[in-house]
Design a protein around this ligand. Structure first.
Ligand SMILES: Cc1cc2nc3c(=O)[nH]c(=O)nc-3n(C[C@H](O)[C@H](O)[C@H](O)COP(=O)(O)O)c2cc1C
Length: 181
């Protein structure tokens, strides 16, 4: 079955390591005939959730006028959402967390929560345990709370400088996750 796959690139470094992960994942998904849409949210203007609950009274619409309606529209249209993100201070980068918080507008009762989710995470540290906080946050939010289906978490450790991932065999794993959706 052909799926709508949304790849959200969450680093401000446009040609960095998460960009390569996103590219290889997308290539794998396209090789399996899925429809891939890519959005770079690394420099998007997304404000923090204001907890005003306007969305609760207005059919899931957020009152804030920023880039989030476009991102949210793409998420709503997707069957699979893949976040490609750098590890920042042992956690998910603010660019991704802001989008996550604004999913509050969907609410846990939102009818289209039957989505699949992937996390591709690159970081400078070679130690797998340094990624645990980010992965835990991701799993609790998307899988436990929103009930999206886990389609894989891939970490690319030990890549610090932009482009350092280029010859890394982990890119083949990103391709495979996309291909096997
Ligand atoms: C603000 C900031 C915080 C970072 N924090 C961490 C960290 O906690 N652990 C780590 O291993 N790498 C950390 N890094 C390094 C990035 O995760 C690493 O360079 C990654 O490859 C960046 O991905 P990109 O090239 O797609 O931007 C940090 C980088 C920045 C800019």
């Amino acid at each position: 079955m052909t799926k709508n796959v949304l790849v959200l690139h969450c680093s401000p470094r446009e040609d960095g390591n998460t960009h390569s992960l996103a590219e290889m994942f997308s290539a794998g998904a396209e090789a399996s005939s899925h429809r891939v849409t890519r959005l770079n949210i690394g420099k998007a203007i997304v404000g923090p959730c204001a907890a005003c609950n306007y969305c609760r009274e207005h059919d899931h619409i957020c009152i804030q006028q920023d880039d989030m309606p476009q991102i949210l529209g793409a998420i709503v249209a997707a069957d699979v959402v893949a976040f490609a993100a750098p590890l920042y201070f042992y956690g998910l980068p603010a660019q991704m967390k802001l989008v996550m918080d604004r999913l509050y507008a969907l609410g846990p009762q939102y009818p289209r929560h039957n989505k699949e989710i992937v996390l591709l995470l690159a970081g400078g540290s070679p130690k797998p345990e340094d990624y645990e906080g980010a992965i835990k946050n991701f799993q609790l939010a998307f899988i436990d709370y929103l009930k999206w289906t886990d389609r894989g978490v891939l970490i690319a450790p030990g890549v610090y400088a932009a482009g350092e991932i280029k010859e890394n065999p982990i890119l083949a794993d990103a391709f495979k996750i996309g291909f096997n959706l």
